[in-house]
Design a protein around this ligand. Structure first.
Ligand code: AMP
Ligand code: ZN
Length: 469
């Protein structure tokens, strides 16, 4: 089945055609100056769904997600301090220590959300030499110039500037804020390399003195290093379209002399109660916040699955609660299928499988795929439905097998508590009879238990009582 995806670059849906037998994807990763909020994580759930769908479709995937541990300034458009440095000052700690801690936290969070770990997660600070190399070439080719505070990209030299966002250089000129850096040739020219003041903690040697890289150059250097000059898909949140990704295209194409990415995919933003997430509103919730309010990270993942990635997702606590209830219902229903002795002929499922696959291949329409799962669950119960849902879970990533097993175990434990003492005593007498090899008595006790509506099931290490009527 063909996979159709929306390509931001061409502003339309296109059939996905890979360059070769391994699909190569680059995803802009976290800036590790503070714990990722659930909005950031929605974007990584989207990245994960893309990778899972490609794998479900039979493609091999190599995906790279960088970790930005230097160079991302407080404004994406090169203003303000480096986020790592400013966080270090605020906390009176080393930026390296903060980066380490937040990176670990980030991977814990994505694991808890069942976001498949990318094949490679390079750190910006491990790739400074590669970034310097790209800047050198851009200078040599005349795409960059040096001023007092660093090396800047000259956007007027790149004819395709603005092609991703649909803006042109004149729009950028008139929309620009009052420029503080008067040496820049154009307000939208951006830093490739910043010269560091002596008190700047993160700095490296370069042909232009001590300094640190710009944020955009990191992704260009790392994507080319790990995925080559031309790779298949580049992902990120929609906020990256007008600046960060526009700048990546300008750098990469000027450096390599060719197109670098065939498909650009962007996920829409998450809103909280219909508005923006912000520090001042104290609503930049993290995975730990969800857990502390009694939710599983999988409730949040389930919530994300119900909103297509190109739709804005409006997070509310009521919405999370509704998704939690729905997920629990789903697990209970899947458990009934697992425990069913019924069989369903395989051809009956061809239709459902086709519907599921059509949905996921229709620009990642996972909400529609979830609808197919629910339709299946409304069918007559059968162990084959369980098997099919497990197959679909390779895309959904809801740990359905594990969750269902836990559900069944808990249900059985709860049922044990309801077994009357009289039955437990009969079962204990049966254990004693068996020990003494009095099998006639053991059988008669089993019958007495059965006559009272219970079944004793022998298991490794003991027995279990089950209500049968
Ligand atoms: P950052 O760590 O700030 O570089 O952001 C990491 C990722 O999260 C980027 O791909 C952003 O586009 C994305 N992002 C930031 N805020 C939101 C939001 N409210 N909703 C969805 N994605 C977001
Ligand atoms: Zn990036």
């Amino acid at each position: 089945m063909e996979l159709t995806i929306y390509n931001t670059l061409d502003k339309k849906r296109e059939i996905f055609v890979p360059i070769n037998n391994v699909v190569r994807i680059y995803s802009c990763g976290p800036t590790v100056y503070k714990t990722a909020h659930i909005g950031n994580l929605r974007t990584y759930v989207f990245m994960d769904l893309l990778v899972r769908i490609l794998r479900y479709d039979g493609f091999k995937v190599k995906n790279v997600m960088n970790v930005t541990d230097v160079g991302h300034l407080l404004s994406d458009a090169d203003d303000g301090e480096d986020k790592m440095e400013s966080s270090a000052k605020e906390q009176n700690r080393s930026p390296y220590e903060i980066a380490d801690e937040i990176t670990k936290q980030f991977f814990t969070d994505i694991d808890r959300l069942n976001i498949t770990r990318p094949t490679i997660c390079p750190k910006a600070t491990d790739n400074i030499a590669e970034m310097i190399e790209v800047v050198k070439v851009l200078l040599e080719k005349g795409y960059a110039y040096e001023i007092d505070d660093g090396i800047y990209y000259d956007i007027s030299k790149f004819a395709g500037y603005g092609k991703l966002s649909g803006m042109n250089i004149d729009d950028l000129e008139s929309g620009a804020r009052v420029e503080v850096n008067t040496q820049k040739r154009h307000p939208a020219d951006f830093a490739l390399w910043k010269k560091a003041q002596p008190n700047h903690i993160m700095q490296w040697d370069s042909p232009w003195g001590r300094g640190y890289p710009g944020w955009h150059i990191e992704c260009t250097a790392m994507s080319i290093k790990y995925l080559g000059k031309l790779f298949d898909i580049h992902t990120g949140g929609v906020d990256h379209i007008p600046i960060h990704h526009e700048n990546e295209i300008a750098q990469g194409e000027a450096y390599t002399g060719q197109k670098n990415t065939n498909y650009w995919m962007h996920s829409e933003f998450m809103l909280i109660d219909g508005g923006k997430m912000s520090k001042s509103l104290n609503n930049c919730y993290t995975v730990d916040d969800l857990i502390s309010r009694g939710y599983s990270p999988l409730d949040f993942r389930y919530y994300c699955l119900n909103v297509q990635y190109r739709q804005k997702m409006n997070f509310t606590w009521e919405g999370l609660e509704a998704n939690k209830v729905s997920r629990q219902r789903m697990i209970a229903l899947v458990a009934q299928n697992k425990q069913s002795a019924e069989k369903t002929p395989a051809d009956k499922f061809a239709e459902y499988t086709k519907e599921f696959e059509e949905a996921i291949n229709d620009n990642l329409n996972v909400p529609m795929a979830m609808g197919v799962v629910w339709k299946l669950l409304k069918e007559r119960k059968s162990a084959d439905i369980y098997t099919l849902i497990l197959k679909f879970d390779a895309v959904l990533g809801l740990s359905i097998e594990k969750e269902v097993n836990e559900y069944i175990e808990n249900a059985e434990k709860a049922a044990q508590k309801d077994i009357p003492q009289e039955i437990v005593e009969l079962a204990e007498q049966r254990v004693a009879a068996k020990k003494q090899k009095d099998y006639a008595l053991a059988d008669s006790l089993r019958k007495q238990i059965a006559d009272k509506g219970y079944e004793v099931r022998d298991e490794a290490g003991g027995y279990r009582l089950v209500i049968v009527s």
